[in-house]
Each structure stands twice: as C-alpha cells, then as structure tokens.
Design a protein. Structure first.
Length: 360
C-alpha cells in the first residue's frame, strides 16, 4: 500500500523528493490526534505529581497497595501512564513499513536505471537539491549511479519488470559471446562456475543470456553480470563507480561523481536530538522517592543520545530518499509538538481564569 501511495505521489508531483515530503505530511497528519492526546495526558500526569508522591510516601512499604492506589488515582483523573507511548508505538511500525516501501521502490527504480545503461542510454536520475540520485545514499563516498551492492538488493521481480521488455536492446549492445568472455575473467569459485554454466548453456541452445539469468532466479548472478558489463564496457559508468577520487581514511574512496555530502544524515541526527529534547521538556519530573520514574528518566536521557546516533547511522547507510523522510518527519513532529504545547498553554490559562481546572 505504501509503495502505491509513493508511486501515485511521485507521478502526480513529478519529483520523488517532493513525493517523500508529501507522504511524510500525510503520515504526521494521521498521527497528530494521538500526539495531541499524548500531550494532554502527560500534562495531567505532571499535575498529579504531588498526589503521586504522597501515595508513594504513605505506602512505601506496601507495593501492592501502592500500585492499587496509583491505579485508582489514574482512573479517577482519567489518565493513563502509557498514553504518552502511543505516538512512538504507532510511529515505529509506520517507520518500518515506510523503510521497506521506499527500499523496494528505490530498488525498482535503480534497476530501471541499470536497464537504461545496458542499452547505452544515459540513465535518468532522480535528483533533489544537492542530491544527484535519491535512490542512492547522500554521501561523498557513494556514486550517483547504482553500484553492485545496490544492484544486489533488488528483487527478482524488479529485475524482471525492468529487463523483460528490453532484452533484445540489451543483447544488441552486449552479445552472449561478449558476456561469456567477461565472465571468464572472474576469479575461480562457485560464482564463476555457475555463471559460466548458465551462460554456456544459453549459448548452446541459441538462447538469451538475459532470460537465462532471470530464469535462474539468483539476483546475485544478475547483479554481478550487469555490474561487470557496465564497469568494463561503458566509460561513463566507470567514471562514476569505478574510478576513485581522493582516498578517505576509514571510509573507502571519494567517488569522482559522488552523490552527496552527508548533509541529510547529519540533519537527521541534529533534528532527532532537538525533537527528543523538545519532547523531553514536556515530560513530568519524577518525585524524589519515585525510583521507577527516576529509572525511566535515566533511560530517557540515554535515548536522547542513542536515537540521534542511530539516525546518523541508518540515514548514512540508506537511500537519500529515506534520509529525507526521516528529516522531514522530525521537523514536522517538532513543529507539531511546539504548536500543541502552545495551544494547550493558552487553553490552560483560559480555563484557569474561568476556574475550570486542567485542560481536557
């Protein structure tokens, strides 16, 4: 479903970057009612801290009775201590689904780019701002063109959809004899042995080497052959992927035609830190003798640093499109949080003047 929505937005907006931002806005709109309820509940719990501290002091030696009294307090005040977790619990599966959808969509589009290059065409790249190809990572050590590792991530269906209709064009540019000659240059091993058998069997039967690889079903073989052909038979691909620029210690090589500057991964970490800090500022402070709440607060402090580091890592190793989604989601969440907090502040002030108590 998510892939269909992304595809529709892409076709409507004409740019995948805009489609990702549009989809992010839709996701945040769906989550906004839960965000609002979460903020309201956390404010109520914050105002209950004196009563909670009193119960903890009174029943410090009777944990069962303390838990029962705390439950009665939550029920009487119509709050749930878990309500603040709902946005996170809903965001996580959406994030996983979004990651998979964007990965599958990116793989399908990257294979289309491979099919264009195999036909001798300059591939149409999906750029956005400083990014040359949203289907590759925002990084100076990653080429703008799809490389072998990215090809290996594509599904068999993606390869079939991209290549089945252009087999004659591809084989008109790269004959089976040429492909077998290239495969013979591989180092000895199972990969070479299996590839040579698939290709020589196709040649003996006057068949198609592309179709033979697709019928075999192992996408590693397809990716290896396509990457090998492009690397050795097309100068523009070699310039992008095969010819390194300056060596970069610990990170491999800076590609001659790199895809980005790590801007989105850095923005993802920075926005994640700010969002965690903004959200944490609205959390109720634990009572002095509330060990459980203090443990939760300590965990929150750890997560404040863990999530930005995790964001940096996953966005640096994923496509630029996914990193764009992460950054956009964080920025929209921050704006939403600030807006909800200001709205609730104003509403509480009005209700306090009217003597109505806590905002509902």
């Amino acid at each position: 479903m998510f892939e269909s929505i992304l595809g529709w937005l892409h076709s409507w907006m004409g740019n995948y970057g805009l489609a990702v931002i549009g989809f992010t806005i839709l996701v945040r709109l769906v989550l906004s009612p839960f965000d609002y309820k979460s903020r309201v509940s956390m404010r109520k719990i914050s105002k209950l801290q004196p009563k909670m501290a009193a119960l903890q002091k009174k029943y410090a030696n009777d944990k069962d009775k303390l838990n029962r009294k705390m439950s009665e307090l939550y029920k009487a005040e119509r709050v749930s201590p878990l309500s603040g977790c709902w946005p996170m619990l809903l965001s996580y599966p959406i994030l996983i689904l979004m990651f998979n959808a964007m990965r599958n969509y990116a793989n399908a589009q990257m294979v289309v780019q491979v099919a264009d290059m195999l036909q001798g065409k300059e591939p149409t790249l999906e750029g956005f701002l400083w990014i040359k190809n949203l289907y590759m990572a925002d990084s100076p050590v990653v080429s703008r063109l799809v490389d072998l590792n990215a090809m290996r991530g594509a599904s068999l269906d993606a390869w079939k959809n991209a290549l089945s209709g252009v087999i004659q064009n591809v084989e008109g540019k790269h004959s089976i004899t040429e492909v077998i000659t290239w495969a013979g240059t591989l180092g000895d091993g199972e990969l070479k042995t299996n590839l040579m058998k698939i290709l020589t069997d196709a040649q003996a039967n006057n068949g198609s080497w592309v179709q033979a690889l697709l019928n075999n079903g192992d996408t590693n073989y397809i990716a290896t052959v396509c990457n090998g052909i492009l690397r050795t038979r097309t100068s523009f691909y070699a310039n992008d992927v095969g010819v390194p620029g300056a060596n970069l210690f610990l990170f491999g090589t800076i590609q001659q035609l790199y895809n980005g500057f790590w801007i989105l991964p850095i923005l993802s970490a920075a926005s994640q830190f700010l969002m965690t800090k903004i959200a944490g500022g609205t959390q109720p402070q634990p009572a002095a003798n509330d060990q459980q709440a203090q443990t939760q607060q300590a965990t929150g402090k750890f997560m404040k640093w863990f999530f930005p580091i995790f964001s940096l890592w996953i966005c640096a190793s994923s496509t630029a499109a996914f990193a764009l989604y992460w950054v956009a989601s964080n920025l929209i969440a921050m704006v939403t949080t600030v807006g909800i907090n200001k709205y609730l502040d104003n509403k509480e002030k009005k209700q306090a003047i009217a003597g109505e108590g806590i905002v509902q």
